[in-house]
Design a protein around this ligand. Structure first.
Ligand SMILES: [Cu+2]
Ligand SMILES: [Zn+2]
Length: 176
């Protein structure tokens, strides 16, 4: 009996590191010269029902903002298809390991990087204090090296209109 208890303790101790995976980043304003001032930090941890995203942000303009994982690990500006500079454009498009090609929001079957939009609760200080659940993100360690992006506008959770993910890129951070 005693040996069985010891064994089960050993097994659960081994299982803990995988369950406790987390990644984090500091979100920096996207500027024409690259990453600028910090607007706060985000931690993404694995949970029983998916990834748990904890945001502590400040100085975010009032309203709703699209939130996504983007494919690349850089927040530098880059030229868009029309040759014009796009803030944080080098981060690429929404992370889409399943190659769905569709923006369908956190409950859809499109980009895996489509996360719930965020809402500013204190308009004066631009405070965001949210804990969001992303049920489709089961492997948090796989997010490392991708970018977390906050957009200037809200997210339509659909492909139409184009740039329904929130338009311009407001702030960006590489997940570590
Ligand atoms: Cu985005
Ligand atoms: Zn998307």
């Amino acid at each position: 009996m005693f040996r069985m208890i010891l064994m089960s303790v050993a097994v659960s101790a081994l299982a803990v590191p995988a369950l406790a995976a987390s990644v984090r980043t500091e979100l920096l304003l996207a500027t024409p010269n690259g990453p600028g001032r910090s607007i706060g930090s985000v931690v993404i941890a694995s949970g029983a029902k998916g990834a748990v995203i904890k945001l502590k942000l400040h100085d975010v303009p009032a309203g709703e903002h699209g939130l996504h994982l983007h494919e690349n690990g850089t927040c530098m500006p880059a030229a868009g298809p029309d040759g014009k500079m796009v803030l944080a454009g080098a981060a690429g498009g929404h992370w889409d390991p399943g190659q769905s090609g569709h923006h369908m929001g956190p409950a859809g079957e499109g980009h895996l990087g489509d996360l719930p939009r965020i809402v500013v609760v204190d308009k004066e200080k631009g405070i965001v204090r949210e804990t969001l659940l992303a049920p489709r993100l089961t492997d948090v360690a796989a997010l490392k090296g991708h970018v977390l992006m906050v957009h200037a506008g809200g997210d339509s959770y659909s492909d139409t209109p184009p740039l329904g993910g929130g338009g311009a890129r407001l702030a960006c951070g590489v997940l570590k």
